[in-house]
Design a binder for this molecule. Structure first.
Ligand code: MN
Length: 152
């Protein structure tokens, strides 16, 4: 697979992506796909660890399961969206939607979007690229607004 890093992020090195997931198979698949596409995955296997890793690493994107030990995904979202340094980092739920209305609940909890399980590699990477691009733009705007001077 080719690198999927958007241009603005590629200039800073590989996109750093926190992956919070307690299912070993899902975690392995996501980290494999992210590495194969030139990203650097930073993993956590429960909600508490996920919050700690995100706060320590200040990543470009956070992917988060919903059913997690120690801290539910909704709680993770609540904490991260109250953190001024992480508020603008795209936070994406990775979940299988069993119930009607789950998507709305996830977005209401503070997530910026969601990816469905089971993970389909091409869809997964395309969506990750989209969230990285959006996050890069939003963080630039939050940092001072206007066009990015580095590009001119
Ligand atoms: Mn889970």
């Amino acid at each position: 697979m080719e690198s999927i890093a958007p241009p603005g992020i590629a200039g800073k090195g590989p996109p750093r992506i926190v992956v919070i997931e307690d299912n070993p198979t899902s975690l392995e698949l996501m980290t494999y796909l992210l590495r194969a596409c030139g990203c650097l995955p930073l993993t956590a296997i429960d909600g508490e660890e996920g919050v700690a890793v995100a706060q320590r690493e200040q990543p470009d994107l956070i992917l988060c399961d919903i059913q997690l030990p120690k801290l539910h995904g909704y709680e993770v979202a609540r904490i991260l969206k109250r953190d001024a340094r992480l508020r603008h980092v795209p936070l994406v739920a990775v979940t299988a939607y069993a119930m009607v209305g789950d998507r709305e609940k996830v977005l209401a909890a503070g997530f910026d979007g969601y990816l469905g399980k089971p993970i389909a590699p091409e869809d997964f990477m395309r969506q990750v690229t989209g969230f990285l691009t959006r996050g890069e733009r939003e963080q630039r705007e939050a940092a001072g607004g206007g066009p990015d001077q580095r590009e001119s």
